[in-house]
Design a protein around this ligand. Sequence first.
Ligand code: FPP
Length: 231
Amino acid sequence: MQRIKLPTHIAFIMDGNGRWAKKRFRPRAYGHRMGVQNMFKICSHAFRLGVRIVTVFALSSENLSRPQEELDELFDLFRSYFGKKRERMHELDAKINIMGDISVLPPDIQADMIELMEETAGITDRLFNVCVNYGGRQEIVQAVNRAVSYGRFVDEASLSSLLFTGGLPDPDLIIRTGGEMRLSNFLLYQAAYSELYFSGKMWPEFSKRDLERAIVNYSARDRRFGNVREE
Ligand code: FPP
């Protein structure tokens, strides 16, 4: 049997929490709560399989225009898992990195996030990127503005180094649940050669087996990066 090619970096668009809850006649907040639980289950499994970098889309810049009630519920989840339930993050045994503009979040959450990043800064073999108030276009604009402020032109490598993911390998595999087939402003620069995998399952029901299926599917793909394959 052929060996499985494991992605080094997997990124998840965890879509479908709201619809999953609605189908069960429960509030959207319940979908998000179950979504976080599943995030820990699936990301731990990815690390256990040997994936080194996992990136999750926890809140997009555009999500900030959702009703305040839903945002407050999401903020409560952040408050909880970056605060008193922080142990759950530590159990991932990964360096935690927050990507996005967190300056708009309540100050207590910002402080907890920074503390958690500091507490895990020494972990070198696993990285967990959490995108919060993140937008791919905004990230590129910010990187270009930084280069301009240094009085520099950019090339591909220098622009890449100014992104939140500076120095990291691009995602090999991006998995989106919830049935939609788009990137929704996620890792636009980094996704140039990522393999995309779309699942019809809603995020809270995406299982470890589904993750394994996605990895096997990825493994069978022929990644040519614009080149031709040697016969
Ligand atoms: C998309 O589903 C999901 C989100 C906007 C939020 C995802 C966030 C989490 C799972 C929480 C992350 C928490 C921590 C602590 C990192 P949707 O609500 O847009 O689903 P829908 O398309 O069915 O409405």
